[in-house]
Structures are given as C-alpha cells and as structure tokens.
Design a protein around this ligand. Structure first.
Ligand SMILES: Cc1cc2nc3c(=O)[nH]c(=O)nc-3n(C[C@H](O)[C@H](O)[C@H](O)COP(=O)(O)O)c2cc1C
Length: 190
C-alpha cells in the first residue's frame, strides 16, 4: 500500500496517444516559466530548450527527425516537441558544472507538475540521435543534449498502431520503498 501523494504527481503519466489539439501560447510560456523556477547549483540555471509546435513545421519536422523510428511513430500527433540541453560549464568561471543534468531534471520535474496542473501531458524520451540534433541545430559542445519531450493533450489510444495501444493502459509499476531506502543491505537496493 503506497501513501497518498499530491495529485499533481499522482496524475502524471507518459502517454503515447496525443490529441492534435494545439497548446495555448500562454500555457507554453507557463511550462518554461515553471521550469525556470527550479533550484540549481549556484543558481546557474543550466537548462536550455529547443522546441517547436506545428505552427513552425520546419523546426517541428527537424526535431521529429531526430527521434528513433519507434518514437516517431507515436510522437507525430503531439502538438509540441522539446529538445532539452544542459550547459555544462559554470558561466562565472568556465569550470565543469557536474550537476547540470541534475538541475535540468529538476526543471523538467517542475515543468511536468505545471503541465499536469494545466491538463497537459509530457512524454520524455532518450530514444533519439543526439548527434543528429547537434548537427541540425549546430549545438556547441559545451551543451549536453539530454532528452526529447512530446507535449500535448491526451488522445485516443485507438489512434495508435495496434502493437503499442496496450501500453496506454499498463499498470504503473514502481519499486517499493524498501528497495529504495537503504537499510544496511545493498542487495535490497539492486
Ligand atoms: C529520460 C527518459 C527517457 C525515456 N525514453 C523513452 C523513449 O525513448 N520512448 C518511450 O516510449 N518512452 C520513454 N520514456 C518513458 C518511460 O518509459 C516512462 O516514463 C516510464 O515507463 C514510467 O512511466 P510513467 O512516466 O507513465 O510513470 C523515457 C522516460 C525518461 C524519464
């Protein structure tokens, strides 16, 4: 039995069936605003984003083309795609910021909560070519290319190819807390 958690966390999940309903411009702004209020090491705010809605078809298609085929198959109905980056050097002294990806993750956590609160869904992805993204957008080496995210309103699972439709109703599976909280035995943590 798990404890009741906040509904902004409880309601979030990662769908693949996205409706083609556009996202209102003010909601898009709020997503990035929420991200920008995350905590970060030395308040460095290392998160950077490249995004496109279908109003910018050239950039949207460039982003879509970076995804592996499996992800392209379902992302293509999502009204918005984001590429997330982390600036790996501290602005003040150019030293390596070892927590840049951590802080980007915090920003995405904020963005997810904001999205849920506005009735939107996000699906984060590692299945894409960072090399291709670097080339297309001429991303300098000092930026780590970390994830891509599909964003939008929930769609109808029936719009998905049959082989992945069932994933929409999968039971959400989580490690129990005794396998996360260290209690003297590392075997329990594996
Ligand atoms: C960094 C990251 C990479 C992921 N990569 C993919 C991906 O390439 N394709 C995909 O379909 N889902 C991907 N996912 C979604 C996860 O499979 C999903 O978050 C996980 O199964 C938990 O489900 P939930 O988000 O619905 O709670 C990714 C999630 C994260 C956070």
């Amino acid at each position: 039995m798990s404890a009741k958690i906040h509904e902004l966390i409880d309601k979030r999940w990662s769908p693949r069936a996205f409706s083609d309903q556009e996202i209102e411009a003010e909601k898009i702004e709020k997503l990035f605003e929420a991200a920008s209020f995350a905590a970060s090491c030395f308040n460095e705010q290392p998160w950077r984003f490249i995004y496109a809605t279908k109003d910018y078809p050239e950039r949207y298609d460039q982003l879509l083309s970076c995804l592996v085929e499996f992800n392209q198959m379902w992302v293509k109905t999502a009204p918005m795609i984001i590429l997330t980056l982390a600036s790996t050097k501290f602005a003040q002294n150019q030293k390596e910021n070892h927590h840049a990806r951590h802080d980007l993750g915090l920003a995405i956590g904020n963005m997810s909560a904001q999205a849920t609160g506005m009735g939107l869904y996000m699906h984060q992805m590692a299945g894409f070519s960072a090399e291709k993204a670097r080339e297309i957008f001429e991303i300098p080496d000092e930026f780590d290319i970390v994830t891509m995210i599909a964003v939008g309103y929930l769609g109808d699972p029936m719009q998905l190819p049959e082989n992945i439709r069932g994933l929409e109703s999968h039971k959400r599976n989580r490690r129990s807390l005794d396998k996360v909280l260290f209690d003297g035995d590392w075997d329990d943590m594996k």
